[in-house]
Ligand binder design. Structure first.
Ligand SMILES: Cc1ncc(COP(=O)(O)O)c(C=O)c1O
Length: 384
């Protein structure tokens, strides 16, 4: 696949290597948002089915992306919201401990911590290993920690700080064997790396849209397996009741939520601006194909990775390193602030997470972007 920068609204002359912070805007997504905004000029053009139809289309498209039935998908405003719906409906008689990983993103970490505090469960943190095979050892320790006493495992699909890959297939298999609810936050990989709900035995997958799904802020999706199909949602949104589509009968107060995960939709999920933007982004991802995005990210970063592997910097080994998102740890001899100033002076945008810089790339990333970063890193490598 060729570079697709032309499809994005991104200033020329900048090297944006920070999709893990926030993706730039696709032109098609911007157009969908403007159209949505303009719709409100003449509210009579917004029909009853507009409250529901785009949502159904978007869920179908998300289902294609993650190999899930649209019936299991809800539209949510944030990962934290989607996780809250899940823990509200966790069984309380199925295990005494919950497992998270060290340095998990706060939306997941705090949700599980609170559930443990409220229900007298043991909050178990699998530590980040100090090892030169961190990804391998961390995965092994997570798998070892899962047992018959485990109620839930919650982790991000890849580590948000440095892209360390978690072996969702093996972790999901162990959860399945031990009847453990497996909850995944896919915000830092879904859209840019393959995921398969069914073969990984994932019970809950939440995902904010504004990074690798290339969508706007304040929208995302939650997947909930059938074991959540009769749960209680966080709020009593009228749009999630079985009679919602008939505006003349709303005060006949349906006692029933819509089937499956539709009950977990956030109120006003039919957002006429954000939702068409989200759908346009997912449609583009499907058109490209996630495996092609992965391949492109691998190819474009090859020279940089080759340099890093023989430099004083440290990166994760290939098997546990995400193609779209990786951390570069600095040797102690390099002053982080000096390096950041040099990057900024060259209009190179990355993030700092912990003691590493986080590089995150996509189809808008060019060889020039990669070369610009490499040139600065090389300069500091020589001086270190
Ligand atoms: C792994 C991960 N999950 C979730 C989020 C966003 O969380 P929320 O949607 O709850 O604001 C981020 C943002 O950086 C993240 O890295």
């Amino acid at each position: 696949m060729d570079n697709q920068k032309k499809l994005f609204q991104l200033d020329q002359g900048v090297h944006y290597l920070n999709c893990a912070y926030m993706s730039p805007l696709l032109k098609s997504v911007e157009e969908a948002g403007i159209k949505g905004m303009q719709g409100k000029r003449n509210p009579f053009t917004i029909k009853t089915n507009d409250f529901f139809e785009t949502a159904e289309i978007t869920k179908k498209n998300i289902g294609l992306l993650i190999n899930a039935n649209p019936e299991n998908i809800a539209l949510i405003p944030s990962a934290s919201y989607g996780l809250a719906s899940a823990v509200t409906n966790l069984p309380l008689n199925n295990g005494t401990k919950a497992i998270v990983i060290e340095n998990e993103f706060p939306s997941g970490y705090d949700t599980i911590k609170k559930w443990c505090d409220n229900h007298n469960k043991t909050f178990t943190i699998v530590a980040e290993p100090i090892s030169n095979a961190k990804g391998r050892d961390w995965n092994a320790n997570i798998i070892e920690a899962i047992d018959k006493n485990t109620a839930v495992v919650m982790l991000s699909s890849v580590h948000w700080m440095d892209g360390t890959k978690f072996n969702l297939e093996a972790i999901g298999q162990k959860c399945h064997e031990n009847d453990v609810v497996f909850m995944v936050d896919g915000t830092q990989s879904v859209g840019a790396a393959r995921i398969d709900i069914k073969s990984y035995y994932i019970d809950v997958l939440v995902c904010a849209a504004y990074k690798w799904l290339l969508g706007p802020y304040s929208i995302g999706f939650g997947y909930y397996s059938d074991r959540f199909a009769s749960g209680i949602p966080l709020e009593e949104a009228w749009v999630n009741r079985t009679n919602a589509e008939d505006f003349t009968k709303l005060t006949q107060y349906s006692q029933d939520y819509k089937t499956g995960s539709h009950r977990y939709n956030v109120g006003e999920f039919g957002n006429f601006i954000l939702l068409p933007m989200f759908n346009a982004a997912v449609e583009q991802l499907l058109k490209w194909g996630v495996e092609n995005i992965e391949d492109y990210c691998q190819k474009i970063s090859e020279p940089l990775i080759a340099f890093l592997e023989k430099s004083n910097y440290t990166i994760e080994k290939k098997q546990y390193r995400s193609k779209h998102l990786f951390g570069v740890s600095l040797p102690v001899s390099i002053n982080l602030n000096d390096l950041l100033t040099a990057l900024e002076n060259n209009k190179i945008y990355v993030s700092v997470r912990g003691k590493s810089i986080r590089v995150s790339i996509h189809l808008f990333t060019t060889s020039e972007d990669i070369n610009a970063l490499q040139a600065v890193l090389e300069q500091y490598n020589i001086n270190s």
